[in-house]
Ligand binder design. Sequence first.
Ligand code: MN3
Length: 199
Amino acid sequence: MAYQLPALPYSYTALEPFISKSTLEFHHDKHHATYVTKFNEAVQGTDLDSKSLEEVIKAIAGDSSKTGIFNNAAQAWNHTFYWNSLKPSGGGTPSGALADKIAADFGSFDKFLEAFKTASTTQFGSGWAWLVLDGSTLKVTKTSNADNPLTSNQVPLLTLDVWEHAYYLDYQNKRPDYIEAFLKNLLNWDFAAQNFAAA
Ligand code: MN3
């Protein structure tokens, strides 16, 4: 049973002017779609075929003979998680239990912002920045290439794709401007709060 590419949870123009229609068309329809296609090709006829993406990621992380499958499975999962981490008219501040937990674990919301900016700006080359629940503590982390927090037994709450393909058409080399737009205008705190409540 082949894994299906999920549709974007909003229209291709919904994140403008911060992320363009053109970026979403390339990023979802070409990059994300290719990870899904390659994942399906790689697992077809193997014992991984019947497993969910999350199960595959956890089962083969660190297995050097399955790096190709891992990379495509994790990139397929990461991108769906990323689309849900964005929304039109997002950004601002969280509320409720997640807001309290951020204040308790980072010291203040501004200190969380600072930690997230640092992680996403300093991820060298391709990768991802995350807000995760590690045990009972919120942390900001970064991962390289396809890697994600599921392999470290952390619960991801939100992510930002910092591969160049995520921002180059709109921001060229100015990754910090893309990060700023995410935090101020796109971040889907409702999604992060749902993930926190379910953790
Ligand atoms: Mn990407």
